[in-house]
Ligand binder design. Structure first.
Ligand code: SF4
Length: 183
């Protein structure tokens, strides 16, 4: 499924579309109970907007203690956005509104609408989640994609409660999400 415009998202029941698409994608026959999706930047991958990582040693300790194998996911990179890239925020309430075509994701310095990149990256990362039969993801707080409990307000540099686009999509599809601040 190729999403070409936000109007298409409003017009179509894209959730059913993606479910149809995923029903053709059978999970690999892996013992996936010890696999967990993790925001790639938390693992030390330099995929953030500023070209840096958000390595959190306590995340690595948690994975080791729980004997979990991390699967790195970066929806913004998967959505075709470059590294580095201008930072972006959700213009609207939260990631759920973006999924419903009621809000946009805007790059701040350029005013460019990058909603479709965020959606594409979300869908492609979700394919990985389904392929590996992941049930849980540990995501980077405060990101417009990965934020689990908090994201930034659009107008000011302050946090508000809400999920980013990827976290919202995972929650809506019964994948448990929690952030590095929840462990
Ligand atoms: S999209 Fe998620 S994984 Fe990628 S840099 Fe942002 S917070 Fe990290």
């Amino acid at each position: 499924m190729e999403i070409k415009s936000i109007e298409e998202i409003k017009k179509n029941n894209y959730l059913n579309e993606i479910k149809k698409l995923l029903s053709n994608l059978s999970s690999l026959n892996l013992e996936s109970s010890n696999l967990i999706g993790v925001s790639a930047c938390l693992l030390g991958i330099n995929c953030r907007y500023n070209g840096k990582a958000s390595l959190r040693p306590h995340v690595l300790k948690f994975l080791e203690k729980e004997k979990l194998i991390p699967i790195p996911l970066c929806p913004e990179s998967m959505g075709g956005l470059p590294i580095p890239r201008p930072p972006a925020k959700i213009k609207g309430k939260d990631g759920f509104e973006v999924l419903d075509g009621k809000a946009k994701v805007i790059q701040l310095s350029t005013n460019k609408d990058v909603t479709l990149n965020f959606l594409k990256g979300t869908y492609d990362c979700f394919k990985i989640v389904k392929l590996l039969n992941l049930k849980v993801c540990l995501l980077k707080e405060k990101s417009p994609s990965c934020g689990v409990n908090y994201i930034y307000k659009f107008e000011v540099d302050e946090l508000k409660e809400g999920k980013g686009v990827f976290a919202a999509f995972l929650s809506r599809n019964n994948i448990k999400v929690f952030s590095e601040n929840d462990i």
